[in-house]
Design a protein around this ligand. Structure first.
Ligand code: ZN
Length: 464
Protein backbone atom coordinates (compact mmCIF):
# COMPACT_ATOMS: atom_id res chain seq x y z
CA UNK A 1 0.00 0.00 0.00
CA UNK A 2 2.72 2.43 0.98
CA UNK A 3 4.66 1.67 -2.14
CA UNK A 4 1.68 2.30 -4.32
CA UNK A 5 0.88 5.56 -2.56
CA UNK A 6 4.43 6.76 -2.75
CA UNK A 7 4.55 5.92 -6.42
CA UNK A 8 1.38 7.84 -7.01
CA UNK A 9 2.69 10.62 -4.88
CA UNK A 10 5.92 10.80 -6.79
CA UNK A 11 3.97 11.00 -9.99
CA UNK A 12 1.67 13.68 -8.62
CA UNK A 13 4.59 15.68 -7.31
CA UNK A 14 6.16 15.55 -10.72
CA UNK A 15 2.94 16.84 -12.22
CA UNK A 16 2.29 19.49 -9.63
CA UNK A 17 5.69 20.88 -8.78
CA UNK A 18 5.98 24.60 -8.65
CA UNK A 19 9.08 26.65 -9.27
CA UNK A 20 11.41 27.06 -6.38
CA UNK A 21 14.59 29.00 -5.95
CA UNK A 22 17.54 26.79 -6.48
CA UNK A 23 19.55 28.73 -3.94
CA UNK A 24 23.15 29.64 -4.30
CA UNK A 25 25.85 27.14 -3.42
CA UNK A 26 26.22 26.91 0.30
CA UNK A 27 28.87 25.51 2.53
CA UNK A 28 28.50 21.87 3.39
CA UNK A 29 27.14 21.21 6.83
CA UNK A 30 27.93 18.40 9.15
CA UNK A 31 24.96 16.79 10.79
CA UNK A 32 24.49 14.78 13.92
CA UNK A 33 21.82 13.21 16.05
CA UNK A 34 19.12 10.77 15.15
CA UNK A 35 17.19 12.66 12.54
CA UNK A 36 15.02 9.74 11.48
CA UNK A 37 11.79 9.63 13.50
CA UNK A 38 10.24 6.22 13.03
CA UNK A 39 6.92 7.02 14.71
CA UNK A 40 6.39 9.85 12.19
CA UNK A 41 6.15 7.37 9.29
CA UNK A 42 8.94 9.24 7.64
CA UNK A 43 9.93 6.24 5.60
CA UNK A 44 6.54 4.98 4.60
CA UNK A 45 4.79 8.17 3.69
CA UNK A 46 1.15 9.06 3.98
CA UNK A 47 -1.79 9.42 1.69
CA UNK A 48 -2.03 11.61 -1.30
CA UNK A 49 -3.10 14.75 0.55
CA UNK A 50 -1.03 14.73 3.69
CA UNK A 51 2.48 13.92 2.69
CA UNK A 52 5.19 14.56 5.23
CA UNK A 53 5.51 14.93 8.98
CA UNK A 54 8.26 15.58 11.45
CA UNK A 55 8.17 16.19 15.17
CA UNK A 56 9.89 18.77 17.34
CA UNK A 57 9.75 19.16 21.11
CA UNK A 58 6.75 21.49 20.93
CA UNK A 59 4.97 20.52 17.77
CA UNK A 60 4.83 18.91 14.36
CA UNK A 61 5.54 20.15 10.85
CA UNK A 62 3.53 18.75 8.00
CA UNK A 63 2.59 19.49 4.40
CA UNK A 64 -0.92 19.73 3.15
CA UNK A 65 -0.18 21.89 0.15
CA UNK A 66 1.97 24.43 2.04
CA UNK A 67 3.95 23.54 5.15
CA UNK A 68 2.04 23.77 8.44
CA UNK A 69 3.15 23.87 12.06
CA UNK A 70 0.91 22.09 14.57
CA UNK A 71 1.51 23.17 18.14
CA UNK A 72 1.23 20.30 20.62
CA UNK A 73 -0.07 22.37 23.53
CA UNK A 74 -2.94 24.06 21.70
CA UNK A 75 -3.44 21.52 18.88
CA UNK A 76 -3.73 24.36 16.39
CA UNK A 77 -2.08 24.34 12.96
CA UNK A 78 -0.88 27.38 11.01
CA UNK A 79 0.86 27.83 7.65
CA UNK A 80 4.60 28.44 8.15
CA UNK A 81 4.80 31.48 5.90
CA UNK A 82 4.94 34.85 7.65
CA UNK A 83 4.61 36.83 4.41
CA UNK A 84 2.09 39.64 4.74
CA UNK A 85 -1.06 39.17 2.62
CA UNK A 86 0.14 35.81 1.27
CA UNK A 87 -2.68 33.49 0.22
CA UNK A 88 -0.36 30.45 0.48
CA UNK A 89 -1.60 29.13 -2.83
CA UNK A 90 1.29 29.60 -5.24
CA UNK A 91 5.05 29.18 -5.52
CA UNK A 92 5.78 32.61 -4.04
CA UNK A 93 4.57 31.41 -0.63
CA UNK A 94 7.43 30.75 1.78
CA UNK A 95 5.69 27.56 2.89
CA UNK A 96 5.43 26.10 -0.64
CA UNK A 97 8.46 23.87 -0.29
CA UNK A 98 7.10 20.76 -2.05
CA UNK A 99 9.01 18.43 0.21
CA UNK A 100 8.76 14.70 -0.14
CA UNK A 101 11.02 13.84 2.79
CA UNK A 102 11.14 16.16 5.79
CA UNK A 103 13.09 16.09 9.04
CA UNK A 104 14.50 18.40 11.63
CA UNK A 105 17.98 18.71 13.08
CA UNK A 106 19.92 21.43 14.92
CA UNK A 107 17.04 23.93 14.88
CA UNK A 108 16.48 23.65 11.12
CA UNK A 109 14.14 21.79 8.83
CA UNK A 110 15.58 19.61 6.08
CA UNK A 111 13.70 18.44 3.02
CA UNK A 112 14.20 16.89 -0.39
CA UNK A 113 12.49 17.96 -3.57
CA UNK A 114 12.72 17.77 -7.34
CA UNK A 115 14.15 21.23 -7.92
CA UNK A 116 13.58 23.31 -11.03
CA UNK A 117 13.00 26.84 -12.19
CA UNK A 118 11.26 28.46 -15.13
CA UNK A 119 13.92 30.35 -17.06
CA UNK A 120 12.58 32.58 -19.86
CA UNK A 121 9.43 30.49 -19.94
CA UNK A 122 11.32 27.21 -20.22
CA UNK A 123 11.54 24.67 -17.46
CA UNK A 124 15.06 23.97 -16.29
CA UNK A 125 15.43 20.87 -14.13
CA UNK A 126 18.05 20.79 -11.38
CA UNK A 127 17.33 17.28 -10.19
CA UNK A 128 16.65 15.84 -6.77
CA UNK A 129 18.09 18.05 -4.04
CA UNK A 130 18.30 18.41 -0.31
CA UNK A 131 17.60 21.81 1.27
CA UNK A 132 17.46 23.29 4.72
CA UNK A 133 15.28 26.16 5.92
CA UNK A 134 14.88 27.91 9.23
CA UNK A 135 11.80 26.90 11.15
CA UNK A 136 9.91 29.92 9.83
CA UNK A 137 10.57 28.69 6.25
CA UNK A 138 13.08 31.42 5.44
CA UNK A 139 16.82 31.27 4.74
CA UNK A 140 16.59 28.35 2.30
CA UNK A 141 19.95 26.70 1.66
CA UNK A 142 20.86 23.99 -0.79
CA UNK A 143 22.69 21.31 1.18
CA UNK A 144 23.52 18.83 -1.58
CA UNK A 145 22.47 17.11 -4.78
CA UNK A 146 20.93 13.66 -4.47
CA UNK A 147 21.05 13.06 -8.23
CA UNK A 148 24.17 11.79 -9.95
CA UNK A 149 22.74 12.99 -13.23
CA UNK A 150 19.63 15.11 -13.66
CA UNK A 151 16.89 12.89 -15.08
CA UNK A 152 19.15 9.83 -14.95
CA UNK A 153 17.38 8.03 -12.13
CA UNK A 154 15.23 5.06 -13.05
CA UNK A 155 13.58 4.82 -9.65
CA UNK A 156 11.33 7.91 -9.98
CA UNK A 157 12.41 8.78 -6.42
CA UNK A 158 9.67 6.56 -5.07
CA UNK A 159 11.81 5.79 -2.03
CA UNK A 160 11.79 8.51 0.61
CA UNK A 161 15.37 9.23 1.70
CA UNK A 162 16.19 9.30 5.40
CA UNK A 163 18.91 11.02 7.40
CA UNK A 164 20.51 9.14 10.26
CA UNK A 165 23.52 10.05 12.36
CA UNK A 166 24.63 12.69 9.92
CA UNK A 167 24.35 10.62 6.74
CA UNK A 168 21.69 10.65 4.06
CA UNK A 169 20.45 7.29 2.74
CA UNK A 170 18.79 7.41 -0.67
CA UNK A 171 17.96 5.17 -3.61
CA UNK A 172 19.16 6.01 -7.10
CA UNK A 173 18.52 3.75 -10.09
CA UNK A 174 17.56 0.86 -7.78
CA UNK A 175 20.74 1.09 -5.66
CA UNK A 176 20.75 2.15 -2.00
CA UNK A 177 23.45 4.75 -1.23
CA UNK A 178 24.82 6.53 1.81
CA UNK A 179 26.40 9.98 1.66
CA UNK A 180 27.39 12.24 4.57
CA UNK A 181 25.04 15.22 4.97
CA UNK A 182 26.32 18.09 2.82
CA UNK A 183 28.92 15.96 0.99
CA UNK A 184 29.28 15.81 -2.81
CA UNK A 185 26.92 13.10 -4.06
CA UNK A 186 29.77 11.67 -6.15
CA UNK A 187 31.26 10.47 -2.88
CA UNK A 188 28.18 8.42 -2.02
CA UNK A 189 28.88 4.76 -1.22
CA UNK A 190 26.66 2.03 -2.66
CA UNK A 191 25.19 -0.21 0.04
CA UNK A 192 22.98 -2.67 -1.82
CA UNK A 193 21.29 -3.37 -5.12
CA UNK A 194 21.97 -3.60 -8.83
CA UNK A 195 21.65 -0.80 -11.28
CA UNK A 196 18.32 -0.64 -13.07
CA UNK A 197 18.36 -1.50 -16.73
CA UNK A 198 16.81 1.10 -18.99
CA UNK A 199 13.51 -0.06 -20.44
CA UNK A 200 10.91 1.41 -22.69
CA UNK A 201 7.87 2.93 -21.03
CA UNK A 202 4.57 1.04 -21.36
CA UNK A 203 2.47 1.93 -24.35
CA UNK A 204 0.51 5.12 -23.78
CA UNK A 205 2.77 6.37 -21.01
CA UNK A 206 5.56 7.74 -23.16
CA UNK A 207 6.45 11.15 -21.91
CA UNK A 208 4.12 10.88 -18.91
CA UNK A 209 4.70 13.58 -16.32
CA UNK A 210 7.50 15.12 -18.29
CA UNK A 211 9.54 11.93 -18.33
CA UNK A 212 10.62 10.32 -21.51
CA UNK A 213 12.24 7.05 -22.29
CA UNK A 214 13.06 4.69 -19.52
CA UNK A 215 11.40 5.84 -16.34
CA UNK A 216 7.99 4.34 -15.72
CA UNK A 217 8.27 0.67 -16.49
CA UNK A 218 6.80 -1.85 -14.12
CA UNK A 219 7.49 -5.53 -14.35
CA UNK A 220 6.58 -6.09 -10.69
CA UNK A 221 10.14 -7.10 -9.89
CA UNK A 222 11.77 -3.70 -9.55
CA UNK A 223 13.19 -3.17 -6.09
CA UNK A 224 10.92 -0.94 -4.06
CA UNK A 225 12.61 0.19 -0.88
CA UNK A 226 11.41 1.49 2.46
CA UNK A 227 14.17 2.86 4.69
CA UNK A 228 14.31 2.74 8.48
CA UNK A 229 16.77 3.27 11.32
CA UNK A 230 17.04 2.11 14.92
CA UNK A 231 20.08 1.82 17.19
CA UNK A 232 23.28 1.12 15.25
CA UNK A 233 21.40 -0.02 12.16
CA UNK A 234 19.82 1.42 9.09
CA UNK A 235 17.25 -1.05 7.81
CA UNK A 236 15.79 -1.38 4.37
CA UNK A 237 12.70 -3.35 3.35
CA UNK A 238 12.85 -4.41 -0.28
CA UNK A 239 11.05 -6.97 -2.42
CA UNK A 240 13.24 -9.91 -3.37
CA UNK A 241 12.56 -13.07 -5.33
CA UNK A 242 12.34 -16.17 -3.11
CA UNK A 243 13.20 -19.80 -3.86
CA UNK A 244 9.54 -20.51 -4.73
CA UNK A 245 9.63 -17.71 -7.32
CA UNK A 246 7.41 -15.38 -5.25
CA UNK A 247 8.38 -11.80 -4.56
CA UNK A 248 8.35 -11.09 -0.83
CA UNK A 249 9.33 -8.04 1.14
CA UNK A 250 12.65 -8.74 2.83
CA UNK A 251 14.30 -6.75 5.59
CA UNK A 252 18.05 -6.09 5.57
CA UNK A 253 20.15 -4.40 8.24
CA UNK A 254 23.13 -2.17 7.56
CA UNK A 255 25.47 -1.72 10.51
CA UNK A 256 26.43 1.97 10.44
CA UNK A 257 29.72 1.20 12.23
CA UNK A 258 30.98 -1.92 10.41
CA UNK A 259 28.99 -1.34 7.16
CA UNK A 260 27.98 -5.00 7.17
CA UNK A 261 24.71 -5.80 5.35
CA UNK A 262 22.63 -8.75 6.55
CA UNK A 263 19.26 -10.18 5.60
CA UNK A 264 17.33 -10.28 8.89
CA UNK A 265 13.71 -11.10 7.99
CA UNK A 266 11.47 -12.06 5.13
CA UNK A 267 7.67 -11.71 4.94
CA UNK A 268 6.33 -14.98 6.41
CA UNK A 269 4.17 -17.43 4.52
CA UNK A 270 0.97 -18.98 5.88
CA UNK A 271 2.79 -22.15 6.98
CA UNK A 272 4.77 -20.02 9.46
CA UNK A 273 2.10 -17.67 10.83
CA UNK A 274 -1.23 -19.03 9.61
CA UNK A 275 -3.48 -17.55 6.94
CA UNK A 276 -3.52 -13.80 6.41
CA UNK A 277 -4.48 -11.32 3.75
CA UNK A 278 -1.46 -9.77 2.15
CA UNK A 279 -1.66 -6.48 0.41
CA UNK A 280 -1.66 -7.28 -3.27
CA UNK A 281 -0.06 -4.03 -4.32
CA UNK A 282 -2.58 -3.84 -7.09
CA UNK A 283 -5.03 -1.12 -7.82
CA UNK A 284 -7.40 0.09 -10.46
CA UNK A 285 -4.57 2.30 -11.65
CA UNK A 286 -2.59 -0.68 -12.87
CA UNK A 287 -0.03 1.47 -14.63
CA UNK A 288 1.29 2.47 -11.22
CA UNK A 289 1.64 -1.03 -9.79
CA UNK A 290 5.11 -0.91 -8.36
CA UNK A 291 5.58 -4.40 -7.08
CA UNK A 292 3.59 -7.58 -6.79
CA UNK A 293 5.54 -8.58 -3.69
CA UNK A 294 3.79 -9.97 -0.63
CA UNK A 295 4.21 -7.55 2.21
CA UNK A 296 2.79 -6.94 5.67
CA UNK A 297 0.27 -4.18 6.12
CA UNK A 298 2.27 -2.17 8.62
CA UNK A 299 5.59 -2.75 10.39
CA UNK A 300 7.89 -1.14 12.93
CA UNK A 301 11.45 -2.03 13.91
CA UNK A 302 12.48 -1.46 17.51
CA UNK A 303 15.27 -2.92 19.67
CA UNK A 304 16.06 -5.86 17.39
CA UNK A 305 12.45 -6.87 16.72
CA UNK A 306 10.15 -6.26 13.79
CA UNK A 307 6.56 -5.66 14.92
CA UNK A 308 3.90 -6.14 12.28
CA UNK A 309 0.20 -6.59 11.70
CA UNK A 310 -1.28 -9.34 9.56
CA UNK A 311 -4.76 -8.57 8.32
CA UNK A 312 -7.27 -11.33 9.32
CA UNK A 313 -4.64 -12.72 11.70
CA UNK A 314 -3.04 -10.57 14.39
CA UNK A 315 -0.20 -8.54 15.84
CA UNK A 316 3.20 -10.22 15.67
CA UNK A 317 6.82 -9.67 16.37
CA UNK A 318 9.88 -11.51 15.14
CA UNK A 319 13.37 -11.37 16.59
CA UNK A 320 15.83 -10.12 13.97
CA UNK A 321 18.63 -12.11 15.62
CA UNK A 322 16.99 -15.51 16.32
CA UNK A 323 14.19 -15.39 13.72
CA UNK A 324 11.70 -16.49 16.38
CA UNK A 325 8.07 -15.44 15.85
CA UNK A 326 5.66 -14.46 18.64
CA UNK A 327 1.97 -13.79 18.09
CA UNK A 328 1.33 -10.85 20.43
CA UNK A 329 -2.43 -10.53 19.92
CA UNK A 330 -5.11 -12.28 17.94
CA UNK A 331 -7.03 -9.38 16.44
CA UNK A 332 -9.73 -11.21 14.51
CA UNK A 333 -12.29 -10.67 17.29
CA UNK A 334 -11.66 -6.91 17.12
CA UNK A 335 -11.40 -6.45 13.39
CA UNK A 336 -11.83 -8.83 10.49
CA UNK A 337 -9.33 -6.84 8.43
CA UNK A 338 -8.17 -3.64 10.12
CA UNK A 339 -5.33 -1.17 9.82
CA UNK A 340 -2.56 -0.96 12.41
CA UNK A 341 -0.13 1.72 13.50
CA UNK A 342 2.84 1.45 15.87
CA UNK A 343 5.01 3.58 18.12
CA UNK A 344 7.58 2.84 20.82
CA UNK A 345 4.69 2.62 23.31
CA UNK A 346 1.57 1.35 21.60
CA UNK A 347 0.15 -0.73 18.78
CA UNK A 348 -3.22 0.62 17.64
CA UNK A 349 -5.73 -1.11 15.40
CA UNK A 350 -8.57 0.51 13.48
CA UNK A 351 -11.37 -1.88 12.54
CA UNK A 352 -11.77 -0.71 8.96
CA UNK A 353 -11.82 -2.97 5.92
CA UNK A 354 -11.36 -3.08 2.19
CA UNK A 355 -13.43 -0.61 0.19
CA UNK A 356 -15.73 -1.63 -2.63
CA UNK A 357 -13.91 -1.85 -5.93
CA UNK A 358 -14.90 1.12 -8.04
CA UNK A 359 -15.66 -1.01 -11.08
CA UNK A 360 -16.79 -4.41 -9.80
CA UNK A 361 -18.53 -3.11 -6.63
CA UNK A 362 -17.08 -6.10 -4.80
CA UNK A 363 -14.89 -5.94 -1.70
CA UNK A 364 -11.42 -5.00 -2.94
CA UNK A 365 -9.54 -7.29 -0.57
CA UNK A 366 -5.84 -6.46 -0.56
CA UNK A 367 -6.38 -3.09 -2.18
CA UNK A 368 -5.03 0.11 -0.61
CA UNK A 369 -8.51 1.60 -0.56
CA UNK A 370 -10.10 1.25 2.87
CA UNK A 371 -13.54 2.06 4.21
CA UNK A 372 -15.51 2.01 7.44
CA UNK A 373 -14.06 1.58 10.90
CA UNK A 374 -15.46 3.10 14.08
CA UNK A 375 -13.17 1.93 16.89
CA UNK A 376 -9.50 2.10 17.85
CA UNK A 377 -8.11 -0.83 19.84
CA UNK A 378 -5.03 0.12 21.85
CA UNK A 379 -2.44 -2.52 22.77
CA UNK A 380 0.89 -2.23 24.52
CA UNK A 381 3.91 -3.72 22.77
CA UNK A 382 3.46 -7.03 24.60
CA UNK A 383 0.04 -7.40 22.93
CA UNK A 384 -2.09 -6.61 26.00
CA UNK A 385 -5.34 -4.88 25.00
CA UNK A 386 -5.39 -1.65 27.03
CA UNK A 387 -8.34 0.33 25.68
CA UNK A 388 -11.21 0.24 23.23
CA UNK A 389 -11.88 3.78 22.05
CA UNK A 390 -14.90 4.70 19.89
CA UNK A 391 -14.49 7.17 17.03
CA UNK A 392 -18.23 7.75 16.72
CA UNK A 393 -19.69 11.10 17.69
CA UNK A 394 -16.67 12.85 16.21
CA UNK A 395 -18.76 15.08 14.01
CA UNK A 396 -22.08 16.54 14.94
CA UNK A 397 -23.46 17.31 11.51
CA UNK A 398 -22.14 14.46 9.40
CA UNK A 399 -20.48 11.11 9.46
CA UNK A 400 -16.90 10.22 8.82
CA UNK A 401 -16.76 7.93 5.78
CA UNK A 402 -13.37 6.51 6.66
CA UNK A 403 -10.23 7.13 8.63
CA UNK A 404 -6.56 7.28 7.78
CA UNK A 405 -4.15 6.70 10.67
CA UNK A 406 -1.19 9.08 10.49
CA UNK A 407 1.13 8.66 13.47
CA UNK A 408 1.39 8.26 17.22
CA UNK A 409 3.40 10.47 19.52
CA UNK A 410 3.33 9.65 23.22
CA UNK A 411 -0.32 9.09 24.09
CA UNK A 412 -1.60 10.96 21.04
CA UNK A 413 -2.80 9.30 17.86
CA UNK A 414 -3.30 11.64 14.91
CA UNK A 415 -5.57 10.61 12.08
CA UNK A 416 -7.46 12.00 9.12
CA UNK A 417 -11.20 11.56 8.95
CA UNK A 418 -12.72 11.54 5.49
CA UNK A 419 -15.67 13.71 6.44
CA UNK A 420 -17.42 13.91 3.13
CA UNK A 421 -20.85 15.50 3.19
CA UNK A 422 -23.17 13.37 1.08
CA UNK A 423 -26.37 14.84 -0.23
CA UNK A 424 -28.90 12.86 -2.24
CA UNK A 425 -31.48 14.71 -4.29
CA UNK A 426 -32.84 11.48 -5.73
CA UNK A 427 -32.31 10.00 -9.20
CA UNK A 428 -33.04 12.06 -12.27
CA UNK A 429 -33.64 10.98 -15.85
CA UNK A 430 -31.36 12.39 -18.50
CA UNK A 431 -32.31 11.09 -21.94
CA UNK A 432 -32.22 7.28 -21.74
CA UNK A 433 -30.16 7.27 -18.53
CA UNK A 434 -31.08 7.45 -14.88
CA UNK A 435 -28.50 9.48 -12.99
CA UNK A 436 -27.98 9.15 -9.25
CA UNK A 437 -28.57 12.37 -7.36
CA UNK A 438 -25.85 11.58 -4.84
CA UNK A 439 -23.17 14.21 -4.39
CA UNK A 440 -20.20 14.15 -2.06
CA UNK A 441 -18.38 17.22 -0.84
CA UNK A 442 -14.88 16.15 0.09
CA UNK A 443 -13.34 17.26 3.34
CA UNK A 444 -10.49 15.90 5.41
CA UNK A 445 -10.45 16.48 9.13
CA UNK A 446 -7.16 16.24 10.96
CA UNK A 447 -7.92 14.88 14.41
CA UNK A 448 -6.07 13.84 17.53
CA UNK A 449 -7.19 10.97 19.74
CA UNK A 450 -5.82 10.88 23.28
CA UNK A 451 -5.11 7.20 23.95
CA UNK A 452 -5.31 7.70 27.73
CA UNK A 453 -8.60 9.59 27.94
CA UNK A 454 -10.29 8.74 24.63
CA UNK A 455 -10.85 12.44 23.99
CA UNK A 456 -10.87 13.49 20.31
CA UNK A 457 -9.78 16.97 19.23
CA UNK A 458 -10.46 18.35 15.75
CA UNK A 459 -7.25 20.09 14.72
CA UNK A 460 -8.30 21.42 11.36
CA UNK A 461 -10.38 20.83 8.29
CA UNK A 462 -9.09 20.70 4.72
CA UNK A 463 -10.98 20.81 1.48
CA UNK A 464 -9.59 18.28 -0.93
ZN1 ZN B 1 2.35 32.05 2.21
Amino acid sequence: MKKLLSALLAALLILSMTACDSGAGNAAQTGGGDEFQKNMHQAQGFGLWLTTFCETEDGFYFEYGPLYYLEKATKTATVVCGKPDCKHNDATCNAAINADALWTSGGKLYYTTNDYAIVNGVREDYGYRLFSVDKNCTNQKKIQELDFEVGGNNSVHSTLPICYRGSVYFVYSDILYRVPLGEDVKKAEAIWGEEAKPQEPPEGLEGFGGYTGQIITMTGKEPSYTLWADGDYVYFMVNTEQDDGAQRDTLFSYDVNTKEVKQVWVTPTADVVGPWEFAKQQSNVTSFTMSSAEDVDQWYVLDGYIYFFLSQNGMWRCSLTTGEYEKLADTTAQAEYGTAIFSDDYMCLLNDGPALDYFTKELAVGSPQRAGGDTIFVYDLSGKLLKTLPLTGLLEDREALGYFLLFQSGSQLYFLADAGIVTDNGPTTQGNFTVSGEQKEEHNLLCCLDLETGEITQVMEFDH
